[in-house]
Design a protein. Structure first.
Lengths: 116, 160
């Protein structure tokens, strides 16, 4: 499978559902979506990675780029991921210290609300 | 000794194919199931790096992957033909070794051009190699003026 993307708003937070593989070929689509969401003034983002089957450094770059864009507007980008094989690349690169990573979308949203 | 060689046009769309082939060959070579995700990710990183280098310098040249069983190790070498002009940025020290004795390598034995033309990539050049070094026990990067080879290996248990 390549990449399926969807997004919806929940409690004022834009949730991005990602399904499939994020690599050098598919990552540009995720990048464009994140850029589009920020351009439409969505600065509180949650990216749901629970159905992501593959993530490489290109995908990490897109997520970091998205994080930088929302932070420029005092926003935040959190992740939902419990898959060890996806979390591994975050651990190898130290990015577990950069992203808030949660077990469910609801937990991510609750964490964002408690920060306010 | 089993050998599989794959060459592919340097297009991002083909990197997935390379990952799938490498994973299949690794499994057949007896690499433990628990390591196959690492193989897939590391080979994907190396191929992505090579594809981007070729797209910058030699888009008509194919990227080459060689996969062999050798001394109970599954060895993958991803080679590109993109000329190396200057040393790499921030290549990690652990797990990356120079191909000793080869002339033409960049300074400190590791050299390749910065990658990432994503309007200012959020990930610095060399990140892919850093990921590879965290995934494979043995990683060697050989950089010459005519291209870069990334050699990675994992333990296998295939009978010879």
């Amino acid at each position: 499978m390549d990449l399926k993307l969807g997004h919806y708003n929940k409690d004022g937070i834009e949730v991005v559902d990602v399904e499939g593989e994020i690599d050098v070929y598919t990552a540009p689509r995720l990048r464009e979506l994140l850029i589009d969401l920020v351009n439409k003034n969505n600065y509180q983002l949650v990216v749901n990675m629970e159905k992501v089957e593959f993530l490489d450094s290109t995908g990490l770059g897109v997520l970091v780029g998205g994080l930088k864009r929302v932070r420029a507007h005092d926003g935040s980008l959190d992740l939902v991921c419990t898959q060890e094989r996806i979390l591994k690349i975050f651990r190898i690169t130290g990015l577990t210290k950069v992203f808030g990573i949660h077990d469910t979308v609801d937990q991510a949203i609750a964490a964002k609300k408690s920060e306010k | 000794m089993a050998t599989v060689e794959v060459t592919f046009t340097p297009l991002p769309a083909h990197v997935r194919t390379a990952r799938l082939v490498a994973t299949a060959v690794a499994r057949r070579s007896g690499v433990d199931e628990s390591l196959l995700d690492e193989v897939r990710l590391a080979v994907g990183e190396a191929c992505s790096r090579a594809v981007e280098a070729h797209q910058r310098h030699c888009p008509a040249e194919p990227v080459r992957i060689e996969m062999t069983d050798h001394d109970q190790r599954f060895v993958v070498t991803v080679s590109d033909h993109a000329p190396t002009l200057r040393p790499a940025v921030a290549a990690p020290e652990n797990g990356i070794h120079d191909g000793a004795g080869h002339d033409g390598a960049g300074e400190d034995g590791i050299g390749y051009e910065a990658i990432g033309h994503d309007g200012g990539s959020a990930i610095p050049a060399g990140f892919g190699l850093a990921v590879i070094s965290g995934l494979a026990e043995d990683v060697r990067v050989l950089s010459t003026s005519s291209g870069v080879s990334v050699r990675m290996s994992w333990p296998s248990t295939a009978a010879s």
